[in-house]
Design a protein around this ligand. Sequence first.
Ligand SMILES: Cc1cc2nc3c(=O)[nH]c(=O)nc-3n(C[C@H](O)[C@H](O)[C@H](O)COP(=O)(O)O)c2cc1C
Length: 150
Amino acid sequence: MHLVIVSGTVFGTADLVADEAQSLCESAGLRVSRLRTLTLDALLALESEALLLCTSTTGMGELPEPLVPLFHEMRDRFPLLTARPFGVIALGDAAYGDTFCQAGEEFRELLLELQAREVIPMLRLDASETVTPETDAEPWLQQFIGALQG
Ligand SMILES: Cc1cc2nc3c(=O)[nH]c(=O)nc-3n(C[C@H](O)[C@H](O)[C@H](O)COP(=O)(O)O)c2cc1C
């Protein structure tokens, strides 16, 4: 199983979580690519079987700037990802109320519109509750790996 991990961050935390995800997935025997150029063509060129998106939320519920072009390209070009397995890890802060983890929610909704298949429910990591999001993500990642391999 070839998994592509896409991460978008402002301060680096989502990338740390993505690093942890890469390490666990590789240890479990998955072939992992990180999307370094955040464009739709780069994503499609990888021809991965599965996708893990890891994003923080900024502003008033906005996507981190590095992910904005990819999101718009996916929405505008609408490449169907029919039945492609995916998972989303959303980093946020519950103190932001209604916009808690909104970037993750929006990307998740877009992937569902593209007919990709969410293998386990989105993980929300709340910065007001934890200072170790990368270790907190581990149980979810183990479930995600199990769902991909099962
Ligand atoms: C200026 C700013 C705006 C933020 N806006 C939101 C928000 O609207 N919703 C949310 O859930 N978290 C929000 N956050 C919290 C971040 O998403 C959270 O701290 C996250 O862990 C940061 O991850 P990063 O280092 O990958 O950017 C905001 C943080 C900052 C500094």
